[in-house]
Design a protein around this ligand. Structure first.
Ligand SMILES: Nc1ncnc2c1ncn2[C@@H]1O[C@H](COP(=O)(O)OP(=O)(O)O)[C@@H](O)[C@H]1O
Ligand SMILES: [Mg+2]
Length: 409
């Protein structure tokens, strides 16, 4: 006998989940393999169980079913989604279809409609699976069969900001780069990897008791609810923050493996996971580099900074950090100084993606008040240079994706 059709149910209402499960329990060829209560959980379960079909609600507290559909389809295009909703207006339907949903049923569903929609979708899933298999196994999942340039949250980028010399502006740049990159479609989480002396949350004027230590013991089995509780929400910008522990001795409570597991979890839910690193190449910093897509390295126009960046670049290959994945930015640029970005760039054999001017009038008070300067002034040179850095980062990611896609096709 052929394999059963596997089905995942995503709905925030327990009763609905139970009703659908009951409707399907007598269908010999259909097996419910899981039920999720939120969009995020649905995405996670879909990726873990890889069902043939997902029955998806639209209105859920954390994220709507359309966004969840998009996210699942972007990562696993063979999974077919049947939307189940009280709303039956054509606008919703169109959006659901654009997101890659296969079918659309209104609540409460009729058993025949439900099972025939599932069987049709399962056929499609089987075809898609075969297509992927015939393309040659490990082919990376690209844009799938969906139109549009949707990039999945689930394929978020981990980007540590690093300087081998302290006080160069790593936290300042992480903070404002996060603000520059954040949109509702490309949510950003900023993570403090400076576990002992982390001050990232202060740059957002946020002090919460919740921090990375709350996630570390559960890092292997995180779920959306717990993570959501621990992440700080910076209302003014929309950026989420994972703070460092408030006390020095608590830093011991987070291992490198736990830390990288947390980053990898966040990557599935945020378009950008920016990491504010300490200058020490300890195991937590290295863990962040290991799972990174791009590392932004900051330099300033002084000999100690240039010397340290040089040392770091010399070691980077050995750290498994290909030069392709390093972006250089200069901070605290002062045109009166003799060490110019051009000269430093030549020395590093790499141009600066952005040169951020020194601006004590804007940057320092912004830090003192805990208001990212980019929220106050985007047109000022220092703000523009951070926006430019965000743009260069996106371009770099796109170009690395292309390089990656080439040998596969
Ligand atoms: N472009 C800039 N212009 C002026 N001051 C800056 C600039 N960038 C950072 N600073 C200041 O430099 C100091 C160190 O910045 P911070 O981001 O804490 O560095 P790090 O995280 O590398 O230790 C802070 O006082 C900050 O306000
Ligand atoms: Mg710092």
């Amino acid at each position: 006998m052929a394999d059963k059709i596997t089905v995942l149910i995503v709905d925030d209402i327990a009763e609905t989940r139970e009703n659908i499960r009951k409707l399907l329990q007598f269908e010999a060829d259909i097996e419910v393999v899981g039920a999720a209560r939120t969009g995020q959980e649905g995405i996670q379960l879909a990726l873990e169980t890889e069902p043939d079909v997902v029955i998806m609600d639209i209105n859920m507290p954390d994220m709507d079913g359309i966004a969840a559909t998009e996210a699942i389809r972007a990562k696993k295009p063979h999974i077919q989604i049947v939307i189940l909703s009280v709303q039956s207006d054509s606008n919703y339907m169109r959006r659901a279809m654009l997101a890659g949903a296969r079918d659309f049923l209104t609540k409460p569903p009729d058993i025949d409609d439900l099972t025939s929609a599932i069987r049709r979708a399962a056929e499609m899933a089987a075809q898609e699976r075969n297509k992927v298999a015939s393309m040659g196994g490990g082919a990376s999942v690209g844009s799938g069969s969906q139109g549009g340039g949707f990039t999945s949250f689930l394929d978020g980028r981990i980007v540590p900001i690093y300087s081998p010399k302290g006080g160069v502006g790593v936290t300042t740049v992480t903070t404002n780069l996060a603000v520059a990159l954040h949109t509702p479609d490309t949510p950003v989480v900023a993570v403090d990897a400076n576990l002992q002396y982390g001050d990232l949350s202060f740059f957002f004027n946020e002090q919460s008791r919740n921090n990375v230590v709350d996630l570390a013991p559960r890092s292997a089995e995180l779920d959306a609810e717990v993570v959501d509780d621990v992440l700080i929400s910076h209302e003014a910008s929309g950026v989420r923050i994972l703070a460092a522990p408030p006390r020095l001795e608590q830093a011991e409570g987070v291992s490198a493996i736990e830390f990288s597991d947390i980053l990898k979890y966040l990557q599935r839910n945020y378009a950008y996971v920016l990491v504010d690193t300490s200058k020490l190449l300890n195991d937590v910093t290295l863990a962040a580099f290991d799972v990174s897509d791009i590392v932004v390295v900051l330099a300033t126009q002084d000999i100690p900074s240039v010397k340290n960046v040089r040392l770091f670049l010399d070691l980077s290959e050995a750290l498994g950090l290909d030069r392709q994945r390093i972006m250089m930015a200069m901070n605290r640029y002062d045109k009166r100084r003799t060490i110019t970005p051009e000269k430093v760039g030549e020395n590093f054999k790499q141009e600066f993606a952005s040169v951020i001017p020194m601006d004590e009038k804007l940057v320092v008070p912004a830090m003192d008040r805990g208001v990212p300067f980019l929220l106050q002034n985007k047109t000022h040179p220092v703000g523009r240079s951070v926006v430019a850095l965000a743009q260069k980062l996106k371009e770099k990611i796109a170009s690395l994706d292309e390089v990656e896609a080439e040998p596969a096709s």
